[in-house]
Design a binder for this molecule. Sequence first.
Ligand code: PGA
Length: 227
Amino acid sequence: MDEKIIAGNFKSNFNRKETISYLNKLNHIKTNHKIFIFPAISSIVENNFNNITLGAQNCYFAQNGAFTGEITLKHLEEFEINTIIIGHSERRNLFLESDDICAKKFHFFKEQKFCIFYCIGESLEIRNSNKELEFLKKQLEVIDLNYKNLIIAYEPIWAIGTGVNAELNQIKDCISYLKTLSKAPIIYGGSVNEDNAKDILKITDGILVGNASLNINKFNHIIKEGK
Ligand code: PGA
């Protein structure tokens, strides 16, 4: 298979010790795919692995300052992190990040030339009313779709952490639509696992994996495109 983007989002799981042990094991993997790992922020380590790029799951859009509870660019620079996820549905839904906040983050990190995984995705309600394409377009209206370090992650909310992944034709339809809006790589996320990854990789530029990335054997199978 051609080179794909395979990203693991650890969310708020592994602590520092667990993260380091995982990364040391994963770093031995031989693959032509581009591997990204997004650890919990307090588990972040120097971004100097040979075969893995580390990224931040979130960061406030400032160099530093009075933003209690947040980390800022300064903290990522210390670890040479220049990859970030913006707009993950958990940030949007649990922490009330609006399109406006996501856009502010996007523009700030674009200025810093970060590789940006910009997440979009519809709710079940929107999907059931057949308005998903309209909705995705609207979510993308606030960012620069020609930005050269952009990766768009299509993650239907109803498929995240639910064990219900979108069907291949649903993924295909959204990806082809998004391809008409941007030349950026379009990846899929939402209950990707070692059984469905290969088929999803065939029709996308990559995958963003949550739960299944927490098990290194499963993530290995995903990277190797099968068991
Ligand atoms: P999941 O998470 O693989 O556990 O559904 C995906 C994501 O949140 O990016």
